[in-house]
Design a protein around this ligand. Sequence first.
Ligand SMILES: Nc1ncnc2c1ncn2[C@@H]1O[C@H](COP(=O)(O)OP(=O)(O)O)[C@@H](O)[C@H]1O
Ligand SMILES: [Mg+2]
Length: 260
Amino acid sequence: MLTITDLVHSYGPHRVLGGVSLSVAEGELVSVVGPSGCGKSTLLRSVAGLLKPSGGRIMLAGRPVERTPDDLAIVFQDYSRSLFPWMSAANNVALPLRRKGLDRRRRREAAMSALDQVGLADAGAKYPWEMSGGMQQRVSIARALAYRPSLLLMDEPFGSVDAQTREDLEDLVLNVCAHHGMTILLITHDIDESVYVGDRVVVLTRSPAVVAADLETRLGRSRDQIATRQLDAFVRLRAEVGRLVRGGHTTEPTSVLEKQ
Ligand SMILES: Nc1ncnc2c1ncn2[C@@H]1O[C@H](COP(=O)(O)OP(=O)(O)O)[C@@H](O)[C@H]1O
Ligand SMILES: [Mg+2]
């Protein structure tokens, strides 16, 4: 579905991505974790066609990414700039569905159902400025879900919500990936989260970032916030990812590694 090869990017003299290669198969949920400032958002903006990388190649469904692909949805880290302030939550969610050729009633139904999925069934008529940061981010997530993109990009999507909502949204994303066969690339700096939601965890080094490890989580698809996090496999993998994010080397003998 998505193949990134030797992606390099510099802002002026500052090299941020030092040759990142990774791939995401259809229906897979891959989390990318790395230290703050290592270039995660730069990587995501490149995949989204919002930034022209200095070098390397990005192929989406067999085509090079040159502009923002049609069948893509993005949930940005910065929720405060991602909704139209003059539109209600329901209208924000419904807007992109025009491109899908749905009539007004269908758009409305899809929007209300997506808002319901993120726990905002009663907030459809509210405007962004009437909602907390966490609620606005849930509206952005609802908008992405309603669109049913073939690839969903998420950049630290749960950073601004409270812990309980965060867990609910992690489970929602897992469900959506499982039930709608959506392919998701989720970027986070949260080590626990990367392991909990991912089929695979791709760990980036400090910038200039390269892939330090590409690990299969092997936790199965049905996960539970309490039980899964207590599994030996989870605890080991979290420790491993933590070490790698801090710049250490892998000690995990069973992991699938692509050392660069
Ligand atoms: N538009 C930009 N112009 C110049 N430097 C940038 C720009 N965007 C990001 N950077 C710098 O590039 C580095 C990586 O940024 P970013 O991709 O946002 O990292 P992350 O998302 O991992 O925190 C940071 O040092 C950041 O300050
Ligand atoms: Mg970022």
